[in-house]
Ligand binder design. Structure first.
Ligand code: 9MR
Ligand code: 9MR
Ligand code: ZN
Length: 549
């Protein structure tokens, strides 16, 4: 039995080598494809010197080029050449083949090449909804769960043992079912920014959502679902305090959310949660105002109340106590800065601007190239620098602009240096999310000092996540070539489907080759709203722009 098996393997191995070129040769690229007018680059291992692009329908070679000189990169232990066919712009379906006979996966060149993925990725938030039943189909498979966590949440940790207040709704945070104010912050922050920066692409997009916010564009319907929940995280006593999170004491077993019977609690407050809340509410009020001015006014008032509290309150950390769920605890200076910037944008009141300008030195005079939920000062800085409001300190604006451009230059240079176009230097928990988030830096720089290299680096980040990486795989479940299959996601683990819930970005390795596509590997293979929100932004900039209505 054994012998037969290895003989079969040997034959398959030989056939494989014939079909895919010399051993060790491979073509790794964005497995969805490319924009007609965008850069088109693949990373190639092996010894080939040239390549062709072949139309799949006719078998005709439509483009021929030389590979770049080889470059060795130590962290992946590979020698890689790049195939650049940016000059080829004709929409269609193609494969790339090297002179050694290594062939890529089929890919498209099309103006709407990222639109289906964008929709699946954004619908990932809908499928994350808590407090309601959700369902969706992807590639003919149904993903669904019943209404969950309808008892959210208990007030034992807010001094009222056994009592409950309504904290239903919102999104689950990740592969777990907790709900965390601070991580909602970076997620909503970046997604509202997507709405702000790319309105022509997003406004008319049909995401197939239930009508939970009639009259709102679909994209904002989804953001309102989370906003509604966040309002419930503010203490109802008018104090302005905001609970740090709403979770059980320990992480859930791998069950569907409706089968999670643990008691879940509103926790104590933290100034980080208060400040994040202010920023989100100020953003939401501004963006929802055209569709629902009454709700928008309520959000703005909630932001004001919490901001007043924040101004009078020194930093206060959240203490986990008996909780073993996510901590999401860091300094609050960055969150305060962001809150001031958003309230200024929403109200135009000088006090908020002065707060921003007074604190920007401490918290964010320089822009971060590498940022996540721990440091959201970039959100405040970008908002302030891109603001159309009058009254900013021109010196502060100029300093921040310089920093934005310098950091974007650095990011673009790193994407150029890396053989797989990865724009981020470090590897850590959730770094794939940061790769996507760096697209925000690049897009903002492109608005301030337009330069095609920023767009190229932004697209390179997207390429990397969709297959131009050492694995030649898509990091998104259900999307692209050989995608992540076993995410640390309780729904995916608990339902009967062999395929994971679709459209989710996994966190990625903590070294260049450290990704493990196994459900147990929560360190490298979980999914999370902060990574996903960044990906929504990254793709939103590359959707077709709808004709003006
Ligand atoms: O499953 C948990 C995951 O959702 C969290 O992101 C992660 C980090 O806090 O923790 C996971 O839970 C693990 C726990 O921390 C340690 N014991 C094993 C758990 C994995 O099932
Ligand atoms: O994204 C978080 C990462 O920065 C931390 O290092 C890690 C361990 O504390 O936790 C990550 O966040 C997890 C959160 O604690 C619980 N829900 C799942 C999140 C993603 O793994
Ligand atoms: Zn739930």
């Amino acid at each position: 039995m054994r012998i037969v098996q290895s003989a079969v393997c040997l034959i398959i191995g030989v056939l494989g080598a014939a079909a895919f070129g010399a051993p060790g040769s491979a073509v790794r690229l964005n497995s969805l494809g490319f924009l007609p007018d965008g850069p088109k680059v693949a990373s190639v291992t092996g010894d080939a010197s040239g390549f062709v692009v072949r139309e799949t329908s006719s078998g005709r070679d439509v483009f021929a080029g030389a590979l770049s000189a080889p470059r060795f990169q130590a962290d992946v232990n590979e020698t890689v050449r790049v195939a650049d066919f940016s000059a080829f712009t004709l929409p269609g379906e193609y494969v790339l083949e090297t002179s050694e006979g290594a062939r890529s996966e089929p890919f498209s060149i099309a103006a709407a090449v990222y639109q289906p993925a964008f929709i699946t990725v954004t619908r990932g938030f809908y499928l994350w909804r808590c407090g309601t039943a959700v369902s969706g189909t992807h590639r003919g498979r149904l993903f669904a769960h019943a209404a969950c966590h309808l008892e959210d949440g208990f007030l034992d940790y807010q001094g009222k043992p056994g009592e409950r207040r309504d904290g239903t709704g919102g999104w689950h945070d990740a592969g777990d079912y907790g709900k965390y104010t601070v991580n909602a912050g970076i997620t909503l922050g970046v997604m509202f920014m997507a709405w702000d920066h790319f309105p022509e692409s997003l406004r008319a997009l049909d995401l197939g959502l239930p009508r939970t916010a009639p009259g709102y564009p679909d994209f904002l319907q989804e953001l309102k679902w989370e906003t509604d929940w966040l309002l419930k995280m503010q203490y109802p006593d008018g104090s302005g305090r905001v609970a740090h999170k709403l979770t059980a004491k320990v992480f859930e077993p791998f069950c569907l959310p409706e089968d999670d019977r643990q008691k879940r609690y509103f926790t104590d407050w933290s100034t980080e949660a208060v400040a994040s809340f202010v920023a989100m509410m100020a953003q939401a009020s501004r963006h929802f105002a055209p569709y629902d001015p009454v709700y928008a006014a309520r959000l703005l008032e909630a932001a004001r109340v919490s901001y007043r509290f924040l101004r009078d309150t020194p930093p206060r950390r959240f203490e986990q106590g008996e909780f073993k769920t996510g901590a999401y605890q860091s300094d609050d200076a960055d969150d305060r800065l962001w809150a001031a910037a958003e309230l200024w944008e929403s109200t135009g009141e000088d006090g908020f601007r002065k707060d921003f300008e007074a604190h920007v030195d401490v918290a964010g005079a320089t822009v971060e190239a590498d940022w996540d939920w721990r440091d959201v000062s970039n959100l405040g800085v970008f908002q302030y620098v891109l603001s159309k409001r009058a009254g900013r300190n021109p010196d502060v604006v100029a300093r921040l602009q310089r920093s934005i451009v310098a950091v974007a230059d650095e990011i673009a240079a790193q994407a150029e240096r890396d053989v797989y176009a990865r724009p981020l230097v470090r590897y850590y928990w959730g770094a794939n999310g940061t790769v996507a988030r760096q697209v925000v830096n690049l897009q903002v720089a492109d608005r301030i000092a337009p330069n095609p290299k920023y767009r190229a680096a932004a697209l390179a980040a997207v390429d990397h996540l969709l297959g131009r990486n050492v694995y030649g795989r898509s990091y998104l479940t259900g999307v692209g070539h050989d995608p992540a299959r076993f995410p640390h996601d309780r729904r995916s683990g608990a339902d009967r489907e062999p395929e994971p819930w679709p459209g989710y970005l996994v966190g990625g390795g903590h070294t260049a080759t450290g990704w493990i596509d196994r459900e147990e590997d929560y360190r490298t293979n979980e999914i999370a709203i902060n990574w996903q929100g960044a990906l929504v932004y990254a793709l939103a900039g590359f959707l077709p722009v709808a004709a003006p209505q």
